[in-house]
Design a protein around this ligand. Structure first.
Ligand code: MOS
Length: 758
């Protein structure tokens, strides 16, 4: 790997929040969670817990000096339960003690008087009762009602996709330290330092300038720390503020799994109409999103579901309606793909059904209907520089789909107890926050007098390699070796009013801001060089650590230039702000130009199914991905493979299960299976699509974080093919994840139960 942190990680020297040197007088906090999914909180008796050894304080909603509110999109989420409890695991009280063990041990002594109320876990039931987080939204194109008459074939059905636990290696963590003037310094493992700062300020009734949030790095996040890191930071801050002592709150794995939200399960109904030749004419879909108890980011995620309803396909008549359904589960939240994978799963289900009815391979329908330049998405944006067909053609050329399919057929012809399946997955993902105002970032660059460079931006390093990309940007502008550039922690006093590092756009937004900031310093330095050398600054440039005039060395090194600029009292620092130009969206009309550009690609997924046991291996994933002109191909390759395997896991072995009472059953890594090295595809072949230019990305690069997750959706359909090869004519319910258990029951003709809450 080429990442500045890699060596530290391998040596165990990286400092995550829980590894920071412990300040003197540090206290530890533990959360006392609601034991029931829904109820009236009549009384909370904490005296006994307070009397336990080592306990310093117990805080409840009453102890919050500011607002008991952490909802940022919709203000519907109390920090500590007040009056009612809405899900199992909802924080009711915070116990602060001399040790984490003492704080946890005292939880058993908290007595809650709760009058239980009926709990809703199913999104369709919530929808039927009008329990919606926000009014339903509909994206429409053409005239879907009229189009059905022109269709030769119509298929309809229901598709359900399950939740997904983030399993970031570093659990939710925060350390709050009282500062002078009544303020606080908070180290938080958050993707959103500014949101954490803002919410902490609300909760404590402080101005934002009194709360400094610093994020050194995250041990993974995947969306799980976009909104849901805030509560723990605010709780630690509350205790530190009240007690005038530093307080640390670090969730244990099981607490983290129980208390925090996951990817949203969706339950959807679809109807797809086609001409006999396979052309898609009409698509209607209704998405029921299981939002959990409060809004969190559900409405934004729902919106992205709508944006990606038709994936990489053109359908002239579309109506997609989406409901964000309030249930008594922990608030579900951002997770790589942000609602798009759920939409694409439904689209591919519809295509699989249509292909079966028409008696063709799904890839025939997929290829025929891929977007072309000039086609319009249901949200009004036109396809420009589309790569759906180019990536498909490139993959077909590289991996020979016909020959691949023939190999699978030949295998199946001579094997009875094992069957192979092959499926293809084209993807299209819009880049930009769909909430337009979030598409801004800032960067601060200091060139020090020895010529070394320090960079601060709004981007949070969470293992995705954004810091490495930022180093590349600064190093390229100044034409320096990478080692001369250091990327600092993300900090609200150095980068203010920032957006979360999310929506795959961390490197784009912050890289562009950094380009501007470094560009300013470079211009100043070249002006100094021009004066000193008596040459027009337009003829000078920086190359390989020195000033050049054309191809000739101008006899001025970077270090000498920087030292000279300092003596001439020229500023060696710059701050810049970047806002993505040209994007807009009208939520009244549900039309606009929400994305700076799209990311495209095509994958083929081959599986082998053990027909007797229901187990399977993923033999190969071969893909062509559109990374633009990659800033750092090794980082992008890591993101492609990681995202892919995470997507494969979501569709196959990762199953979030709840009891009928709304208690999480899969709350350890023994009951919740994540893909490991042995589960990962035996072969992953990746090719980057040669792409001439993406002017919206720094140095023509493209966003990488989320799109590769979507390739994983293909495995579901490869498994369906293998199952049908084993049992021709098999009718499968379209429920994911397709665990070996579900495969086995389906092959045996049993109806596998639907997971509760999906
Ligand atoms: Mo990401 S799922 O936009 O935090």
């Amino acid at each position: 790997m080429s990442r500045s942190d890699a060596v530290l990680h391998v040596r165990g020297e990286s400092r995550f929040v829980d590894d920071l040197p412990e300040p003197q007088g540090l206290l530890h906090a533990a959360v006392c969670p609601s034991p029931v999914a829904h109820g009236r909180l009549r009384a909370l008796h904490v005296e006994e817990a307070f009397a336990r050894p080592g306990v310093v304080a117990v805080f409840t909603a009453r102890d919050i000096p500011g607002e008991n509110q952490i909802g940022t999109v919709i203000r519907d989420e109390p920090l500590l339960a007040d009056g009612t409890v809405h899900f199992v695991g909802q924080p009711m009280a915070l116990i602060v003690a001399e040790s984490a063990a003492a704080a946890r041990a005292a939880r058993a002594a908290v007595r809650a008087e709760i009058e239980e109320l009926p709990a809703i876990l199913d999104p369709r039931e919530a929808c039927a009762r009008g329990e919606l987080i926000a009014p339903a939204r509909t994206f429409a194109l053409g005239d879907v009602d009229a189009a059905w008459q022109e269709c030769d074939v119509i298929v309809a059905g229901r598709a359900d996709s399950g939740g997904q636990e983030h399993v970031y290696l570093e659990t939710q963590s925060a350390l709050a330290i009282p500062a002078e003037h009544g303020g606080l310094r908070v180290f938080s493992a958050t993707q959103a330092p500014t949101a954490t700062q803002r919410v902490t300020a609300w909760v404590l009734g402080l101005p934002m300038h009194a709360v400094e949030v610093d994020t050194p790095r995250l041990g993974g996040a995947f969306g799980g720390k976009e909104d849901q890191a805030t509560a723990w930071a605010a709780l630690a801050a509350l205790a530190a503020y009240r007690l005038h002592r530093p307080v640390k709150l670090v969730l244990r794995r099981q607490e983290d799994m129980r208390f925090t939200g996951k990817r949203h399960p969706y339950s959807s109904d679809f109807k797809l109409g086609l001409r006999r030749d396979g052309t898609f004419l009409a698509y209607e879909v209704r998405f029921h999103q299981n939002a959990g108890a409060t809004a969190d980011l559900s409405t934004a995620i729902l919106e992205r579901t709508l944006f990606h309803t038709t994936n990489a396909y053109f359908i002239p008549n579309v109506r997609a309606t989406a409901f964000s359904c309030r249930t008594n589960l922990p608030p579900n939240t951002a997770f790589r793909g942000f609602g798009a994978p759920q939409a694409m799963f439904v689209m591919e289900c519809a295509i699989a059904k249509a292909a079966e009815k028409l008696g063709v391979e799904p890839r025939v329908l997929q290829e025929k209907n891929l977007l072309r330049d000039g086609d319009v998405f249901p949200y009004g944006q036109e396809v420009r520089h589309g790569k759906a067909r180019a990536s498909w053609a490139e993959a077909e050329k590289a991996y020979d789909f016909d020959a691949w399919a023939a190999r699978v057929r030949e295998f199946n012809a001579v094997h009875a107890r094992e069957k192979k399946g092959l499926a293809f997955m084209p993807i299209c993902f819009g880049i930009s926050f769909t909430t337009t105002f979030l598409n801004q970032a800032s960067a601060l660059v200091h060139v020090y007098t020895d010529g070394s460079v320090g960079v601060s931006t709004a981007a949070v390093e969470m293992g995705q390699g954004v810091n490495e990309k930022l180093r590349h940007v600064a190093a390229r502008v100044f034409s320096l070796p990478l080692e001369r550039v250091h990327v600092e922690s993300t900090n609200t006093t150095r980068a203010a009013n920032t957006s979360p590092t999310a929506a795959s756009s961390g490197a784009d937004l912050n890289g562009n801001a950094l380009l501007l900031a470094c560009g300013q310093v470079r211009e100043r330095l070249l002006a100094v060089a021009a004066e000193r050398l008596g040459i027009a600054s337009g003829e000078l440039r920086l190359a390989d650590g020195a000033v050049r005039c054309g191809d000739a060395d101008a006899g001025l090194t970077w270090e000498a230039l920087v030292a000279d600029a300092y003596l001439r009292r020229v500023s060696l620092s710059a701050q810049a702000h970047y806002a993505t130009p040209g994007i807009h969206f009208d939520r009244g009309k549900e039309k606009g130009e929400p994305f700076a550009y799209h990311v495209w690609g095509t994958a083929g997924v081959e599986v082998t199914l053990d027909v007797v046991r229901g187990t399977y291996v993923i033999d190969a994933v071969r893909l062509v991905h559109d990374a633009g002109q990659s800033l750092e191909p090794r980082v992008d390759l890591g993101q492609i493979e990681g995202g892919l395997v995470q997507g494969l896991g979501w569709m196959t072995v990762e199953e979030v299960l709840h009891s009928p009472e709304g208690r999480l059953l899969t709350d350890t890594l023994t009951t919740y299976k994540v893909p490991d090295l042995y589960f990962a595809p035996r072969v992953i072949e990746t090719r980057l699509l040669e792409d001439p230019a993406n002017p919206r990305g720094p140095f023509n690069s493209k966003a990488i974080g989320e799109p590769p997750f979507l390739y994983g959706v293909g495995v579901y359909f490869a498994l369906l093919e293998a199952m049908r090869a084993a049992r021709p004519g098999l009718v499968c319910e379209l429920v994911s994840p397709l665990t070996p258990e579900r495969v086995l029951m389906t092959l045996a003709g049993h109806r596998a139960p639907r997971p509760i809450g999906s």
